[in-house]
Design a protein around this ligand. Structure first.
Ligand code: PLP
Length: 461
């Protein structure tokens, strides 16, 4: 299996190179050169597999340059850190199925991909004898999942910048209580956007980037998308037999998670019908599905902060498929978008979009009402991100097709919203207890690129 760029500017590369490249060198995103397809006999042989076994079967279709046994060990190690024996259990609540993706070390779905990515980096760096300094900015969730993905790894140091006192207390503690020697938390006196801008500047500083082997773990990395395909397949296998279909509802920000669902839909013969694209008031993507326009909006703060996004970094991958794998067209469209901040789509394209996706914007009030109503009916507590997905799912229910709602975070991560909705805080999982009493480490710096650069130079591996 080789990987190409959505913009057509690189020669096909193997998986290992694709993972290390992250963003394609022509500015595009990496995708498999051809999509594998799973036939019914193969699907039948996957039935009853555990999550790691299934992950090995699915990933083997896309990765042929890591020996099978090594890949198996990487996968087993990645999911041994999950607290639930089924890794991503599926539970029926009311009219819907909830796919619980939050049993990893930081209690959000990003662990599914970042535990794997951390182990893949570790494996590849050992093989090549190289080292890497990972740099990223976070508004909360991604930072802790990335830190847990690489903590204690010998050949990696990680620098995560968060806005000082502007992430929730739990999110801050989740990051700063990881005191492994290779983990460097930096709190800047500024906003998330300031942090993001500094990271961008440092990645554009080519001599610096090369000297320190700067690496990224953002959601455009192919290995992250690939790891997420597995839980769609896992759930679809549990709920469908030959000739049967299932719908998924996905709380969406950067389009990474739902794009994994799109690939799973391509991979499986006719098992996945609709993907419900659910957003909060940051409705760039629901406007895309409903109206056939993709245009920048202003970011507003909501009760589901990990989805407060107005440019969807993985969208280009879908665009490539919408344009029938035409890299030149994709490249032109992205250039047009960079110039004008908007893209339009023809009637035929809109029909194609709506043959796969349904969409729904769920307001803050509706999100809180969904948490409350769902709790009253089922005694199950949804986190606000998951509630956006459930709210959207309930608007698109079809009694003849099971609906799976992706639960992207544990409610305890967003206790304030839950408290507001149901009048009491969510139960605290074991791993959160006593977090505030643990040793923590964090450097507070000004939102100044030069200071951050010097800090990295002093602490790089
Ligand atoms: C990141 C995140 C999302 C959005 O996922 P995308 O892949 O960016 O669409 C949803 N919910 C939670 C809890 C998240 O952390």
């Amino acid at each position: 299996m080789r990987y190409i760029s959505t913009r057509g500017g690189i020669a096909p590369i193997p998986f290992k190179k694709a993972v290390m490249m992250g963003l394609a060198t022509d500015g595009g995103l990496l995708l498999p050169q051809t999509m594998p397809r799973v036939d019914e006999p193969m699907l039948a042989s996957w039935r009853g597999m555990t999550f790691p076994e299934l992950s090995h079967a699915v990933l083997s279709l896309f990765i042929d340059d890591i020996p099978r046994q090594d890949l198996k060990e990487l996968i087993d190690r990645s999911y041994a850190s999950f607290s639930h024996p089924e890794v991503t259990p599926l539970v029926k609540k009311g009219e819907v199925y909830i796919l619980e993706l939050f049993h990893g070390p930081t209690l959000a779905f990003k662990d599914v991909a970042l535990q794997f990515l951390g182990n893949v980096f570790d494996y590849l760096l050992k093989e090549s004898g190289e080292k890497m300094n990972i740099l990223g900015a976070t508004s909360g969730d991604t930072g802790s999942a990335a830190i847990y993905g690489v903590r204690g790894k010998e050949r990696i140091n990680i620098f995560i910048i968060h806005p000082h006192k502007r992430v929730s207390a739990i999110q801050e503690l989740q990051m700063t209580t990881v005191t492994d020697a290779n983990v460097f938390n930096v709190a800047i006196r500024g906003t998330f956007d300031d942090g993001q801008a500094i990271v961008k500047t440092l990645f554009n500083d080519i001599p610096f980037k090369q000297k320190y082997h700067l690496g990224a773990v953002n959601s455009i990395n192919w290995a992250r998308i690939l790891a997420q395909v597995v839980y769609y397949v896992h759930a679809a296998l549990k709920l469908t037999g030959e000739g049967q279909k299932v719908d998924f509802s996905v709380p969406t920000g950067n389009f990474g998670d739902i794009f994994a669902g799109f690939l799973a839909r391509k991979l499986l013969p006719g098992r996945i019908r609709n993907l419900v694209l659910a957003t909060n008031e940051n409705d760039l993507l629901t406007r895309f599905v409903a109206k056939g326009e993709y245009s920048l909006g202003k970011v507003v703060q909501t009760s589901s902060p990990s989805m407060d996004i107005q440019v969807a970094s993985n969208f280009e991958r879908y665009l490539y498929f919408l344009y029938d794998e035409d890299a030149e067209r994709t490249s032109d469209a992205m250039a047009l978008f960079a110039r004008t901040g908007s893209l339009g789509f023809s009637e035929a394209e809109q029909e194609k979009i709506r043959a796969t996706f349904l969409s729904e914007t769920v307001s803050r009030e509706k999100t809180l009402a969904t948490i409350r109503d769902f709790f009253q009916r089922t005694s199950y507590v949804l986190d606000p991100h998951t509630a956006v997905g459930v709210g959207a799912a309930l608007a698109h229910l079809d009694p003849s097709v099971p609906m799976v709602c992706l639960a992207t975070a544990h409610p305890a991560k967003f206790g304030d919203a839950v408290q507001e909705a149901i009048g009491r805080p969510p139960d605290m999982p074991e791993s959160f207890r006593g977090l505030e009493n643990r040793e923590s480490r964090c450097r507070v710096l000004d939102a100044d690129g030069a200071q951050i650069k010097a800090f990295i130079e002093n602490n790089a591996i």
